[in-house]
Design a binder for this molecule. Structure first.
Ligand code: KIV
Length: 282
């Protein structure tokens, strides 16, 4: 697969080819993802929950994003890497948004940034795009506004809300976004938005009518065992496989069967007599 770019992703939409995206936060996982043909990777601020154990994404900082983002980019070759802008890194002013988007790209080497909000952040999107940075928007259920929504709830239900979500999509497209995550939006509305925009729509809990899909990698592999969102599917039971490996290791260490002789680098090159001498001396 060739390196994915804004142009190739937009081409995929035009040709009716689906776009795959997963979240990723570290080098080792990224090396595995690279071998599987996934088109794009999101260094999501969901790392606040999946990697740091917070209840929401709100505590994640720019410094956190940069540390995780750099690790992902080191493992990426062909996938297009999108960096999430964390809470309060772009809401204060347009200038703050451009500075922080620039830091994310300059310090990690990623390909694009993602920010939450529709019409409310159109000035920020326009300025970031004008600075030469591709933008993925994120509308519908935007987790950084969890306290406004009163929980992680479906958005766009009812006629007025549905029209507002469509208007948000049109606003972020007009501002220059080339891609847009639609999170927890009713499927028919997500399909309508996908039809109305040229941006690549990436759904999560938004049905099959989007141009592509994103899932948090721990949700799709079964590594996250705390909670499985309704929209996630386990494509493997890696959490169970990891637990089996940790248990087997624990048993072998405690039973003295690991490490065996073949796991040592150098067979002792000192004679038994010399080692006996050391035993006596110390
Ligand atoms: O932070 C994240 O991982 C996200 C996706 C779930 C869309 O925003």
């Amino acid at each position: 697969m060739a390196k994915r770019t804004v142009a190739t992703l937009l081409e995929m939409k035009k040709n009716g080819q689906k776009v795959s995206q997963v979240t990723c936060y570290d080098y080792s996982t990224m090396c595995l993802i690279e071998q599987c043909g996934i088109d794009t990777v999101l260094v999501g601020d969901s790392l606040g929950m999946t990697m740091q154990g917070h209840d929401t994404t709100l505590p994640v900082t720019m410094e956190d994003m940069i540390v995780y983002g750099k690790s992902v980019v080191r493992g990426s070759k062909e996938a297009f890497v999108v960096m999430d802008m964390p809470f309060m890194s772009y809401q204060v002013s347009v200038e703050q948004a451009v500075m922080n988007a620039g830091r994310l790209i300059k310090e990690t080497g990623a390909n694009a940034v993602k920010l939450e909000g529709g019409a409310a952040v159109k000035e920020q999107i326009k300025a970031i795009v004008d600075a030469g940075i591709p933008v993925c928007a994120h509308i519908g259920m935007t987790p950084q506004s969890v306290n406004v929504f009163g929980g992680f709830k479906v958005q766009g239900k009812g006629e007025a809300n549905a029209e507002r979500v469509l208007q948000d999509a049109l606003a972020v497209q007009e501002a220059g976004a080339f891609m847009c995550v639609l999170e927890c939006v009713p499927p028919k509305l997500a399909a309508l938005i996908t039809e109305k925009v040229d941006m690549v729509t990436i759904g999560i809990g938004a049905g099959a009518g989007c141009d592509g899909q994103v899932l948090v990698w721990q949700d799709l592999t079964g590594v996250n065992q705390d909670f499985t969102p309704k929209f996630a599917k386990h494509f493997g039971e890696i959490g169970e496989a990891m637990k089996a490996a940790f248990r087997a290791y624990n048993e072998e260490v405690k039973g003295g069967t690991f490490p065996a002789e073949e796991h040592s680098f150098v067979k002792s090159d000192c004679g038994d007599g010399f080692l006996e001498g050391l035993r006596a001396k110390y």
